[in-house]
Design a protein around this ligand. Structure first.
Ligand SMILES: Nc1ncnc2c1ncn2[C@@H]1O[C@H](COP(=O)(O)OP(=O)(O)OP(=O)(O)O)[C@@H](O)[C@H]1O
Length: 255
């Protein structure tokens, strides 16, 4: 299904004038945003700026009151439900990792590779050599080869996050939305996560919501700053950090 996304103009995701209200409060307010094919974009903004609502709109969890949301040139995401949007090639990773704790790392990835099999089909499923190769390749991508035999429940917090990223990659998304990937990680885990996310582009596009500015600096070429439901500014992390409006918005927060 993902092959049919038309990215000839270099854009994988396009939102225009999107507004979402909750009981009259505008969580998104005429927000427009374009993500290029193959880019790694960071979304920052103070609490309540609308970052989660934006992710919810892209993935079909929340319907906007107005505006348009396109995947590539011509797939109108507002016409699709969450499951279809996932199948179209948008993967989302929430902050809290959700892996199958009583399965090994390898089996978690194998289950993800099996994808949309029904429980009945999964029961009779035996991995093909292609699937086995894909699991091996995913283990390598997320650098969990050495713990492939371990139960996922026994992994460190960072390893669980990487495993879940691997499980998302099994679905072969073209666009990944990742919410606060380094929250709660050690310094070393944070550095490995930066390497992992950078390795995902340009074959895929990645949007990372993150509060940790040191981490953002280490991965982002372009940063979008959200404030009061709209994009306040976009630029390099240096441009963003030296912008007086952005500083004002973050007054009292680490920037
Ligand atoms: N379901 C909802 N009902 C009512 N208000 C909501 C709902 N979801 C979000 N909001 C409000 O919309 C605004 C934007 O929230 P959102 O969670 O998108 O911000 P955020 O940038 O993700 O914040 P944070 O960094 O704290 O996660 C907030 O004021 C929030 O209280």
């Amino acid at each position: 299904m993902t092959e049919s996304i038309d990215t000839r103009h270099g854009v994988i995701l396009y939102l225009e004038d999107v507004s979402v209200s909750f009981s009259g409060y505008k969580a998104l307010n005429n927000l427009s945003l374009a993500i290029d094919k193959g880019e790694l974009r960071c979304l920052i903004g103070p609490n309540g700026a609308g970052k989660t609502t934006l992710m919810d709109v892209i993935t079909g969890k929340t319907r906007p009151d107005r505006g348009s949301v396109f995947l590539g040139q011509d797939i109108n995401l507002l016409q699709h439900d969450e499951a279809t949007i996932a199948r179209l090639g948008i993967g989302r990773k929430f902050q809290k990792p959700s892996v199958f704790p009583k399965q090994t790392v390898r089996d978690n990835l194998a289950l993800a590779v099996q994808g949309n099999r029904s429980p009945w089909e999964a029961l009779w499923y035996r991995p093909s050599s292609v699937d086995t190769d894909r699991v091996a390749s995913l283990l390598e991508t997320v650098a969990l080869d050495s713990v492939a035999h371990k139960l996922a429940g026994g992994l460190s917090h960072g390893q669980k996050q990487w495993l879940e990223i691997g499980m998302l990659l099994a679905q072969e998304p073209l666009l990944l939305l990742i919410d606060e990937p380094v929250a709660g990680m050690t310094q070393q885990e944070t550095e490995r996560t930066a390497q992992l996310l950078q390795s995902l582009v340009p074959q895929r596009s990645v949007v990372v919501v993150e509060h940790d500015m040191v981490f953002v600096r280490s991965i982002a070429r372009k940063v979008s700053v959200l404030h009061e439901g709209a994009v306040l500014m976009e630029g390099s992390i240096d441009e963003v950090q030296s912008d007086s409006q952005v500083r004002e918005v973050y007054l009292g927060e680490a920037c």
